[in-house]
Design a protein around this ligand. Structure first.
Ligand code: DOR
Length: 429
């Protein structure tokens, strides 16, 4: 049977190599031509990209797909659909599932659940058994299966000696560790950022210092071990400053931030609404400004969603009992394009090719759009206003902090391995 042909027509192609007007012709799973005004082959599916940017598919380094164990919040399939609608062709699923992804058998289970879903799902393994921070997970066995990123996300590895051993081990295996930076004795019991707003509300706080301390400790461990480390969802000026200095002296570290940390401040908690509760917490204006500056100056390598779905019965509880987390896959790109004062090329570097490289997914994802490359693409309408409606999200959970927010860009089409999985903003499966 002849391979299906898809033509993405009339857009501006934008990838790490630059920008040009071109149609993109896809045959089967591959890009076969990138040229202006190509004749449309008979029987081809044409995706209209008029007025749009055609980019490599986005890559999310950090999402919680909740399977196995919390299918009421999200499944790999519903999360993958939300991701595709958000322009993602690949996401990294965090291991804080039930059971956690700390063994070869759970990796295999998750992969089998992820086969055939409308977004590639890469699996992150846990650093420690059960994410309990006591002994190392069988990282070699997981690396053998192709796991490239390891993290205990949800919590940081508290023991410096265990983290040092994990880094030495990871360095030998050629994999990357990713740390949720929060020193537990300082963060314990905290519901929101510790500062003027938490004092006013009488809520226990998580000090900025909890993040900075672990970042500084881990930078020293990286300096000693030489192993690569990725910092998850950084949220404070002090931590970002430490990372900038470490990068300045050549340490092999990368960092991500989440959209909620450059679009919301801790003032959002003034109404005690648990939808704004997240870990690390929303911070005051000074930290938000530092996150934005770090996105602009290259200290930050990636925007990651930290998509953390929770159902109403869990989230609509008193704020000190509700779990932290917000959904984010369907709004991240639009928030970045609407809110950040950086060129689109930089936004896409942060959302596509830089995270693809960190996750070990390049060049299949995030790679240049050229003949011979894998056809993982997203087509973005940069001038399409829309209003976030929680009821319209494809995610099984509705806990977005952006209900009613006007955004100014939208994904029109997503192509995964040559297949249009989102067409005109509609999921195809
Ligand atoms: O807010 C958060 N929610 N931060 C995390 O690190 C974990 C996540 C979750 O799994 O709900």
């Amino acid at each position: 049977m002849a391979e299906a042909v898809v033509v993405v027509r009339g857009g501006t192609v934008l990838d790490a190599t630059g920008e040009r007007r071109a149609d993109v012709v896809v045959e089967g799973q591959w890009i076969v031509a990138v040229e202006e005004g190509v004749p449309v082959p008979r029987g081809a599916t044409v995706l209209d990209a008029g007025g749009c940017v055609v980019a490599p598919g986005l890559v999310d380094l950090h999402c919680h797909l909740r399977q196995p164990g919390a299918e009421g919040s999200e499944t790999i399939e519903s999360g993958a659909r939300a991701a595709a609608l958000g322009g993602y062709t690949a996401v990294v699923a965090m291991p804080n599932t039930d059971p956690p992804i700390d063994s070869a058998s759970v990796v295999r289970d998750v992969r089998s659940l992820a086969s055939g879903v409308p977004c590639h799902v890469a699996v992150a393994g846990a650093i420690t058994v059960g994410r309990a921070g006591e002994r190392l997970a069988p990282m070699a066995e997981l690396a053998e299966l192709g796991v490239r990123l390891f993290t205990d996300d949800g919590t940081g590895v508290q023991s410096a000696s265990l983290m040092r051993r994990a880094l030495l081990y990871a360095g030998g295996l050629g994999v990357t560790l990713a740390q949720h930076c929060e020193e537990a004795s300082l963060a314990e019991g905290g519901v929101m950022h510790e500062g003027a707003v938490s004092s006013r509300l009488g809520l226990a706080g998580v000090p900025a210092l909890a993040e900075e301390l672990m970042v500084v400790r881990d930078l020293a461990l990286v300096r000693e071990t030489g192993a690569r480390l990725h910092f998850l969802h950084l949220s404070t000026a002090a931590a970002l400053d430490a990372v900038a200095r470490a990068k300045g002296v050549g340490l092999p570290v990368t960092a991500e931030v989440a959209p909620h940390h450059f679009t919301l401040t801790d003032d959002a908690l003034l109404g005690f609404d648990p939808v704004f509760k997240v870990s690390p917490p929303l911070r005051p204006e000074g930290d938000v400004a530092a996150v934005r500056a770090a996105l602009a100056d290259g200290t930050v390598d990636a925007i990651a969603t930290d998509h953390a779905p929770h159902p109403p019965e869990a989230k609509d509880r008193p704020i000190d009992e509700a779990p932290p987390g917000m959904v984010g896959l369907e709004t991240a790109l639009a928030l970045a394009m609407t809110e950040l004062e950086v060129p689109l090329h930089r936004v896409l570097a942060l959302l596509s090719w830089q995270p693809a490289a960190i996750a070990g997914l390049a060049p299949d994802h995030g790679g240049p759009i050229a003949p011979g490359a894998a056809a993982n693409l997203c087509v973005i309408d940069p001038a399409r206003p829309w209003v976030v409606d929680p009821a319209a999200l494809a995610s099984r959970s509705r806990n977005t902090p952006y209900a009613g927010r006007r955004l100014s860009a939208k994904v029109r089409h997503t192509v995964l391995a040559g297949e249009p999985v989102v067409v005109d903003g509609q999921a195809q499966r």
